[in-house]
Design a protein around this ligand. Structure first.
Ligand code: CP3
Length: 391
């Protein structure tokens, strides 16, 4: 493979050491630094050390960075092996195991970012909501009344889900090639879908009708979830997460009017509370083709895009002020070798030469995917994007 990663690797490694040494200090002085330096200040060194972080900030990069949504998981034999012995929840609650699973895909593939191994429902469990994974989240008592919403406590991350921050502290110094760590949470509306409906569903009927039948209760629940996710993500950044992502997996259930009335104000509330962390903010809008206009003035660095929207069109709607992340169809990983390259190239071409593209799938990788296909995709994206003067 002929791409400049080897030339930049020593620099990245030394930058990583500096970053690791300064991380606790950076975390505690984050707000002061952000306040003194303004929104664009105090971050140059972090951005320079990683192609992924630079792309989030729409800076020129030597090649297009790539990571894969749900990259730690069941398509990897080493994950399945561990999972055969250990329950999923225990994997997320034991920092040593969560760290191991987070790092598994980074050891196999030259990925440009790691993502914490956890689940969007983990902080909600920390708020006292009883649920099990079967394998998707099933809530024991779905939340539908004002009293239940009022009873939801505030989330205090270091008290209620301390193992998440411990995992981050354990992962950070051990990530290969100095790749940055992405922390994440569920979008408030996506969490509402699971909490109100009580189980995974195609339509989330009870959740959608809840918005119409009890709009004030819905808003109250969304506000509570928005504040909880803000606290949760701030704690992740303080522990060392270098970018923060909100997964709005069920955004596409809503018409733009409903999205703008319910989901978007909650996301604004969360994101506004995260700006002072100084790390890039990513909002993934699944099935968001009709919602790109709605998110165009959201104050985030990156919009994550599913495979249905051509990136060229998304760029036109979002304008030059946002980076984009995506958007190969997860099914494309089943195409034969040369065909897979053709599909990956189409994504790169649609994103175009402007800075600010992070390659990813349009949604999570399927458990049936061959790890070899992922290896080929990662190498191809690096190769194809470094050759053509895409920086
Ligand atoms: O590598 C990574 O991306 C980190 C791990 C991760 C998991 N869940 C692990 C997991 C992430 C980022 C999530 C987020 C998540 N969880 C989302 C948002 C992303 C998306 O796919 O839209 C959603 C909607 C959930 C809810 C959830 N948790 C579902 C629907 C399921 C069931 C099946 C599945 O994998 O999609 C889970 C359980 C879950 N979360 C598993 C894993 C690896 C499977 C558990 C097992 O090993 O049996």
């Amino acid at each position: 493979m002929n791409r400049p990663v080897t030339t930049t690797a020593p620099e990245a490694a030394s930058a990583r050491e500096t970053a690791a040494v300064t991380a606790p200090e950076a975390a505690s002085t984050r707000e002061t630094a952000a306040a003194q330096a303004g929104p664009a200040g105090g971050r140059a060194s972090a951005a320079e050390s990683s192609v992924f972080l630079a792309a989030c900030r729409r800076q020129s990069v030597p090649y297009t960075p790539i990571w894969v949504m749900r990259q730690a998981g069941r398509y990897l034999p080493e994950y399945r092996q561990l999972r055969a012995r250990v329950d999923f929840q225990e994997l997320t609650r034991r920092p040593d195991l969560a760290a191991e699973v987070t790092l598994q895909p980074l050891r196999r593939f030259e990925l440009d970012a790691a993502i914490l191994f956890s689940d969007i429902m983990t902080p909600v469990q920390g708020m006292g909501v009883e649920l099990e994974f079967a394998p998707g989240p099933v809530v024991r008592n779905p939340i539908r009344t004002d009293a239940q919403i009022e009873a939801l406590p505030e989330l205090v991350p270091e008290r209620d889900v301390p193992f998440v921050m411990e995992s981050i502290r354990l992962i950070r110094p051990n990530i290969p090639r100095g790749a940055p760590l992405i922390g994440f949470a569920g979008g408030p509306f996506t969490l509402l879908c699971y909490l109100v409906c009580g189980r995974p569903s195609k339509e989330f009927g009870p959740a959608r009708s809840f918005l119409y039948a009890q709009p004030e209760a819905a808003t109250r629940l969304l506000d509570k979830l928005a504040d909880a996710m803000a606290a949760y993500l701030r704690a992740q950044a303080a522990a060392g997460a270098q970018a923060l992502m909100l997964f709005e997996s069920w955004a596409g259930l809503l018409a733009p009017r409903q999205f703008e009335h319910f989901a978007l104000p909650a996301v604004r509330r969360t994101m506004a509370a995260l700006r002072s962390t100084g790390v890039p903010l990513i909002y993934y809008v699944n099935q968001g083709s009709a919602l790109m206009q709605s998110v165009s003035d959201l104050d985030v660095d990156v919009i994550g895009v599913d495979w249905r929207s051509p990136l060229r069109q998304v760029r036109e709607i979002l304008g030059a002020g946002k980076a984009i992340q995506g958007n190969l169809d997860p099914a494309a990983l089943f195409a034969p070798g040369e065909e897979l390259k053709r599909h990956a190239r189409a994504v790169l071409e649609s994103a175009g030469p402007a800075p600010g593209h992070i390659f990813n799938l349009g949604h999570g990788i399927w458990p049936e995917t061959s790890p070899d296909a992922v290896a080929r995709l990662v190498d191809y994206v690096h190769e194809a994007s470094s050759g053509g003067g895409r920086s």
